[in-house]
Design a protein around this ligand. Structure first.
Ligand code: AHR
Length: 501
């Protein structure tokens, strides 16, 4: 079986922004405590941050990191997280039924971001707080000095402003589970008022308004229309969130999950552009896919659920999904979907980073390791440069229960005019069939294969675990070039990247 495609650098979709490779750190489970921060660990640096985790985060190649939540942010008082540590309150986090010690707060997190070389994307609480608290936080973070809150930051040890460039106006406000959940109309008004206020203080910031927390939400589509009608002139981005999991043993449908991501993105684009047309605006709203991943979410409703008025653990094991090869192949295909929409999806955050539905795992006092999903992210983040390219594909198809007829091969390419390098990202969704991809690369001139990686395994359920941390890793792809034609062999259930130059 074979699939045919053409790579032509003239077919640009849009620039690949570094922000597309963002991450997300929420105060949730063992993400911050016992994840990035573990003062007693042999790898801990002077501030208590694990050096081995810092190295893995750098290798992963995450740009902007969204913080501090997630559902957590809707009960968060930012003032708790700054100032002398001994004075910081212990708070009950209602979202995850845990205790937040506030040992790591804004200053500590910003210091960790400097160590990993990433930028902060800050979310404000619009669930249980409002416009004034958001403006206060912005003053604390971005004003150089001379006001009470900016001077408090300086007194707390940070002379230069944090200079946070991008801000989320709350989190998943369409979700009934969200503290302070609102109707689209109510949230739209609050978001517009908050955005205006924040921009009065710092007109240079970029703002993300909450879209739907999933395309399957009953309010999806209408939520975006109403919220953007209120906020169109005041925000830069609307957010999208999506998580995928294999259900009922239907691997074929699971492997086609990016079909849903494609449709989701395209639906939000047309809805945003509808509001643009109605308003006669010449501004275009961009998309921030600020939560995406594979997540076996049903677990949170079951074994992970914490309950009890006297039971508020610190850093419990929550949402610690262990990812398989099949999960990583789907994950790689989600990155392909993001790149295919690089003209409109200009910011994205993998949810999340360490221990909590994460590419990096740690054991208290023990090692840190890469999950299967680590590899598609680190390789795509490193190789996808320049512009994303539209590549017409002729692929065999098959029928799936959830998405109907889908192509077995999906692909995207990037081309960097500066370095002259091209990268091709491919997925084979077939559970049984190897597929040979035959690509016309004559438009690239005389190029060779610089590197190649295939993630696959005879056991699609193979995983990296504490006991067997390197069980799964990518290997070189079977790839050759002759007469302007690239041939790549894609094993069943595989994700592949090829760098040409
Ligand atoms: O990433 C886990 C949770 O998923 C986030 O807290 C929330 O925003 C989403 O529902």
């Amino acid at each position: 079986t074979s699939a045919h495609l053409t790579i032509d650098p003239r077919s640009a979709i849009g620039a690949v922004r570094r922000r597309l490779f963002g991450g997300f750190v929420e105060h949730l489970g063992r993400h911050v405590y016992d994840g990035i921060y573990e003062p007693g660990h042999p790898e801990a640096d002077g501030e208590g941050f694990r050096r081995d985790v810092i190295e893995l985060v750098k290798e992963l190649g995450v740009s902007t990191i969204r913080y501090p939540g997630g559902n957590f942010v809707s009960g968060f008082r930012w003032e708790d997280s700054v100032g002398p540590r001994e004075d910081r309150p212990r708070r009950l986090d209602l979202a995850w039924h845990s205790t937040e010690t506030n040992e790591v707060g804004l200053h500590e997190f910003a210091s960790w971001l400097d160590k990993v070389g990433s930028n902060l994307m800050m979310a404000v609480n619009l669930g249980t707080r409002g416009t004034l608290e958001a403006i206060d936080l912005l003053e604390y973070a971005n004003v150089p000095g001379g006001s009470t809150l900016s001077d408090r930051r300086v007194a707390n040890g940070r002379t230069a402003p944090f200079d946070v460039r991008i801000w989320c106006l709350g989190n998943e406000m369409d979700g009934p589970w969200q503290l302070g959940h609102r109707s689209a109309d109510d949230y739209g008004k609050l978001a517009a008022q908050t955005a205006k206020g924040m921009r009065q203080l710092d007109p240079s910031i970029e703002l993300v308004v909450c879209g739907s927390s999933g395309a399957a939400m009953p309010t999806f589509g209408e939520w975006e229309r109403v919220v953007l009608t209120h906020t169109y002139d005041d925000v830069n981005y609307i957010s999208l969130h999506a998580y995928y999991q294999e259900r009922n043993g239907d691997l074929d449908s699971f492997l086609a999950s990016s079909t849903d991501m494609d449709r989701f993105i395209e639906s939000v684009v047309v809805t945003a552009d509808h509001v643009k047309a109605v308003r006669g605006s010449d501004k275009t709203i961009e998309l921030s896919f600020d939560e995406w991943n594979v997540w076996y979410m049903d677990r949170w409703q079951g074994v992970d659920k914490i309950e009890g008025i006297d039971n508020w653990p610190v850093a419990p094991r929550l949402l610690e999904d262990v990812y398989s090869v099949a999960d990583a192949v789907v994950f790689g295909s989600l990155l392909i979907s993001l790149l295919k929409h690089a003209d409109r999806v200009t910011s994205a955050s993998l949810a999340q980073l360490v221990n909590v539905i994460a590419p990096i795992m740690t054991e208290p006092g023990g090692p840190a390791w890469r999950q299967t999903t680590f590899f598609p992210f680190s390789i795509t983040s490193r190789l996808a440069r320049g512009e994303a390219l539209r590549i017409p594909i002729e692929s065999p198809t098959h029928s799936t229960a959830v998405y109907g007829e889908v192509p077995l091969v999906d692909a995207v390419a990037t081309n960097d005019p500066e370095s002259g390098r091209t990268a091709l990202f491919l997925v084979n969704r077939s559970v049984t069939e190897p597929i040979t991809v035959i690509a016309d690369i004559s438009a690239l001139g005389d190029v060779g294969v610089l590197e190649s990686h295939t993630l696959t395994d005879d056991d699609v359920n193979a995983k990296n675990t504490l006991e067997d941390r390197e069980r799964v890793a990518p290997r070189a792809a079977a790839v050759s070039i002759a007469d302007g034609v690239l041939r790549v062999e894609l094993p069943p259930v595989s994700w592949t990247a090829v760098s040409l130059g």
